[in-house]
Design a protein around this ligand. Structure first.
Ligand code: H2U
Ligand code: ZN
Length: 346
């Protein structure tokens, strides 16, 4: 069967869930809401920004005059370190659990107007080092098992501020996604004595059709099982379980590929491209977790222009996520973009 000719389901081996692909539907007319995107031109320093150097934050703390990266405890943390990790049960069906944790915010740059696409590779490299440091520091806390580093970009994704930043939520137990992916990677390793994502990266490099970016140390593909139109999966080429295991040249490779992917995304619809992205790495419960392979997911909502986005509604909420444009088409479009004229990559 030629997949591009027929509706079909694709299997996500990381979550063990399916996605419905309907390639014949891409020409259906679209009538619906048009979203306004914020203008792209921003000042280098915004006196009203709670992340800019020297400014006051909402609850009164003041940022230092930082010159590269800056990490602080989230003033409105969703998780608190002192929470008792107590089980709570009412009958068989009402089950809850106290969840201790820590939430931090990481500013990538003192410059309000930059994004990863516009930052210098050596400055992104510092961000990579901060992520690795934070992963180790938070993971070493005895009550932390799961460290989720993630970036929300764009108002469409609920990002509160264009100043380049990400968040870290670290908590006592595995998130839903980490639990699904951990179990799948663990079972794969037990059954085949191999790593799921090492095998997947090799398969995609051989085929090439879903590859978007590649350098010596990292690979970016639109995964075979992508749900979001221009979803991407970034994986290290060497088997490493976390950011802390990356060698210096691999950290440089990561910084470079983060910039290139961000530049591609911004070029796609000529707009500061919204997405949620985040790293998945081994749980920090002290075990080796050799089944885990460091990777990042990018989930961007835009579908066919700066204003037309995908929603997961209807059949997708009640049944299975669905896509029209195939991952192969999406990868080809991202690959074809010419990155040179507007955003030089130094
Ligand atoms: P997002 O833009 O991804 O929402 O991240 C911003 C975070 O910054 C958000 O979690 C925190 C919010 O709680 N924040 C502070 O910690 N201090 C502030 O003064 C404002 C926002
Ligand atoms: Zn700012």
């Amino acid at each position: 069967m030629r997949l591009e000719d027929h509706p079909h389901k694709r299997f996500n081996p990381l979550t063990r869930e399916w996605v419905l692909v309907s390639p014949h539907r891409t020409k259906r007319p679209w009538r619906g809401q048009v979203e306004e995107l914020p203008p792209d031109k921003l000042p280098e320093y915004d006196p009203a920004c709670y992340l800019c150097p020297g400014n006051e934050r909402v609850r009164g703390a003041r940022n230092p005059g930082y010159e590269s990266t800056y990490v602080f405890e989230n003033d409105f943390a969703a998780l608190l370190a002192q929470t008792p990790p107590e089980e709570h049960k009412e009958g068989n069906l009402l089950v809850a659990r106290g969840e201790p944790g820590v939430c931090r915010v990481v500013c990538f740059s003192p410059r309000h107007d930059l994004t990863l696409a516009g930052m210098r590779v050596e400055d992104i490299r510092r961000v990579v080092d901060v992520w690795a440091e934070q992963y180790v520091e938070l993971g070493a806390l005895p009550f932390i098992e799961c460290v989720q580093i993630f970036e929300n970009r764009g108002e469409m994704m609920g990002c509160s501020n264009p100043h380049p930043h990400c968040q870290i939520w670290a908590n006592a137990t595995l998130t839903n996604e980490m639990a699904k992916e951990g179990a799948a990677q663990s079972d794969y390793r037990a059954a085949r004595n191999a790593c799921l994502l090492c095998d997947y990266a090799r398969t995609e490099r051989e085929r090439g059709e879903r590859v978007v970016e590649e350098n010596e140390h990292f690979l970016v593909v639109v995964p075979f099982w992508a749900v979001w139109p221009f979803e991407a999966l970034l994986a290290s080429k060497r088997h490493v379980t976390g950011l802390d295991e990356l060698q210096p040249e691999e950290r440089g490779g990561l910084a470079e590929i983060l910039k290139r992917l961000a530049a591609r995304y911004d070029r796609l619809f000529e707009v500061s491209f919204p997405y949620s992205m985040g790293f998945h790495q081994r749980p920090t419960d002290g075990e080796a977790h050799q089944e885990w392979h460091l990777h990042a997911h990018y989930y961007p909502p835009l579908l066919r222009s700066a204003t037309v986005r995908k929603f997961l509604v209807g059949y997708e909420m009640l049944g299975t996520p669905q896509r029209d444009i195939t991952p192969e088409e999406a990868a080809a479009r991202l690959r074809r973009l010419d990155l040179r004229p507007r955003r030089p990559l130094e």
